[in-house]
Design a protein around this ligand. Structure first.
Ligand code: UD1
Length: 424
């Protein structure tokens, strides 16, 4: 098995460019199902999730070609309707084919992804929204099975601004009959990206980026060429990394507005932040000050940056209160970060973090994508060597993470070590 071996002490310095956002790219691939013909997506991240999503689409009947940062999808007139558990369990975002398939084909059978390492992750809002539009939905042997002659526009109030539910309902509504209103919709930049692509395809959408999306259904959409927005979570990871290591990093390829809260928090903590049109610079000469942080749906601090926020607090000067409001299992990684000497106490969805001047290198295990990146950053602030295992998680969200870290001056490498799996 491979691990990431980090030797602490380096300050991150230099320039780094982020790729297209995974959380947008995967959904844009699902959106390609809505129009017969060839969709071309640029600036796609080179990660396994894209390869798995390509396989999901192939099984539905598309021809998909993934080359470098470009993905071409040929969507046929007649689609299959099923996404199997063997793929969905590897890629939760496969659930995003539910809305487009139901809209195009009137039938979809998609494996229920279940919970995962960051929490229980329900589908009730996806299902209730589509039912409100006239779909008949049952849960059969671990699959969500949906039927609808023609979806009808409806007014849908989401209990929580769920990103996935907003996307599924949105992608169903663009081909429904009549007008759909999604109230308390998610406002994430990735939703705006999807809305822009759907609009170019001929969809009629008002309110992208606000809490109320109004979608006037149409009979037919056309395929387009689209460029994915920059990944704000990777960019935010670099921002925290620069500040934690008292470094100086300029990040390119992302709209700094998409990280407004993160950059503001880092400024409060004592970092020097400069915003550019398509990037930003974070410089921190001294040890950062502790600062309280709260994750919330966009425009709040992204829950995907929680492990970086906790890692940052673990080396900041003072005590930080970090609150997680989106996923019930997001603090799973805390035990691993504590192995590096971080002083973290959790109680429900709060963590009290008492910052230390330096952490202490140790072997740790990545529990999910973002936790893995957070542990690597913590390793940069630890005396001695930290080995992060289960790095397939990190590879899912951070293409070329180790190379980019090394380019910024970190002492880091991927190393093969004997497999640690065993059975009792
Ligand atoms: C997406 C992102 C993920 C990010 C999250 C929140 C992708 C592939 N993943 O996940 O990286 O952390 O948004 O920004 O884009 N919920 C329900 N019922 C539902 C739907 C959601 O209870 O029907 C709950 C979830 O369990 C969770 C919360 O709502 O507690 C937010 O989930 P949601 O916004 O839907 O996240 P995802 O779309 O799964």
């Amino acid at each position: 098995m491979e691990v990431i071996r980090v030797t602490g002490g380096a300050r991150l310095r230099g320039d780094v460019t982020v790729v297209g956002a995974k959380n947008s790219a995967l959904k844009l691939m699902a959106a390609a199902l809505l129009a017969e013909g060839r969709t071309v997506l640029h600036n796609m991240p080179r990660i396994t999730d894209i390869v798995i999503m390509a396989e999901v689409l192939r099984r539905i009947g598309c021809a998909v070609d993934v080359t470098d940062d470009r993905v071409e999808i040929d969507t046929p007139a007649e689609l299959g309707g099923e996404a199997d558990y063997d793929l969905v369990r590897r890629l939760r975002a496969s659930i995003n084919v539910l809305g487009p398939l139901l809209a195009r084909r009137g039938y979809a059978k998609v494996a229920h992804p279940g919970g995962d390492a960051i929490g229980s992750r329900g589908l009730d809002m996806h299902i209730a929204g589509l039912q409100r539009m006239g779909a008949e939905i049952t849960n059969e042997h671990g699959y969500v099975v949906a039927h609808a002659e023609r979806l009808q526009g409806a007014t849908i109030w989401l209990d929580f601004p769920s990103v996935g539910a907003t996307e599924n309902i949105l992608m169903a509504a663009v081909l429904a009959e009549g007008t759909t209103v999604i109230d308390n919709a998610a406002r994430e930049p990735e939703i705006v990206d999807i809305c822009q692509m759907l609009t170019a395809m001929g969809a009629r959408i008002n309110g992208a980026g606000t809490s109320t999306l109004e979608i006037e259904g149409t009979d037919r959409l056309r395929p387009v060429t689209h460029r994915v927005i920059g990944d704000r979570i990777i960019a935010g990871t670099w921002a925290f990394g620069a500040a934690m290591t008292r470094g100086d990093v300029t990040v390119h390829g992302v709209n700094p507005e998409h990280l407004a809260v993160t950059l503001d928090k880092l400024t409060t903590a004592g970092a020097d932040v400069t915003r550019y049109e398509s990037g930003f610079r974070v410089r921190c000469e001294r040890r950062p000050q502790a600062v309280d942080m709260v994750t919330l749906p966009y425009p709040g601090l992204a829950t995907d940056l929680l492990p970086m926020a906790v890692g940052f607090a673990a080396v900041a000067d003072g005590v930080s209160l970090i609150t997680e409001n989106v996923f019930d299992g997001r603090f799973m990684f805390v035990n691993e970060m504590s192995r590096l000497g971080a002083d973290i106490r959790t109680d429900g969805h709060h963590a009290v973090v008492r910052g230390k001047e330096q952490l202490s290198g140790a072997p740790v295990t990545a529990t999910d994508i973002r936790a893995g990146a957070g542990l690597v950053l913590a390793g940069l602030c630890a005396e001695g060597v930290t080995e992060v295992s289960h790095i397939h998680h990190i590879d899912r969200g951070y293409p070329d993470f180790v190379t980019q870290l090394a380019d910024l001056g970190a002492k880091v490498e991927r190393v093969r070590v004997p497999d640690d799996s065993f059975s009792l």
